[in-house]
Design a protein. Structure first.
Length: 147
């Protein structure tokens, strides 16, 4: 492993790594103004030089030769770099299993009838609480007042 203090070299290595690891665009309807490779390289430069988003934006605006290393036609605005950081550096929770954490909703309509799905007996035999009773009484009272 080589170490370097050259921003140009860091930018080039990050751009090449981004090309190998990331698709060019995040979605097929992306504006296609900047590739994810270019934005990843900008984020790497930001971290390498310990700059904020506006700092890396100013640096790329002032040094067109750095932009040429990663084939930038225009310099991305600092908010574009910030949004790319939210997208590309998203932390995912580490779980021990591959099962989703959410439960699928109960089937409804014809699909439920065809599959023979029935609600659980615990939910069906749940007693009506006083909050439900009082709201039902209030609803009945408002209907009586309207007539």
């Amino acid at each position: 492993m080589k170490t370097t203090k050259s921003p140009r070299r860091v930018l080039q290595v990050a751009y090449d790594c981004g090309k190998r690891a990331l698709p060019p665009y995040g979605h097929r309807f992306s504006p296609k103004k900047f590739t994810q490779h270019q934005l990843f390289a900008c984020l790497t430069l930001k971290e390498f030089l310990k700059l904020d988003y506006r700092g890396v934006w100013e640096l790329l605006r002032d040094s067109s030769d750095l932009g040429a290393v990663i084939e930038l036609q225009d310099v991305p605005h600092w908010t574009t770099i910030q949004k790319a950081a939210d997208r590309l550096l998203k932390k995912t929770p580490r779980t021990g299993s591959s099962t989703p954490r959410w439960r699928s909703p109960a089937p409804r309509g014809l699909l439920a009838a065809a599959s023979g799905w029935r609600p659980s007996t615990a939910a069906a035999s749940r007693p009506i609480t006083s909050a439900t009773t009082s709201s039902a009484d209030a609803l009945g009272a408002t209907k009586a007042c309207k007539t």
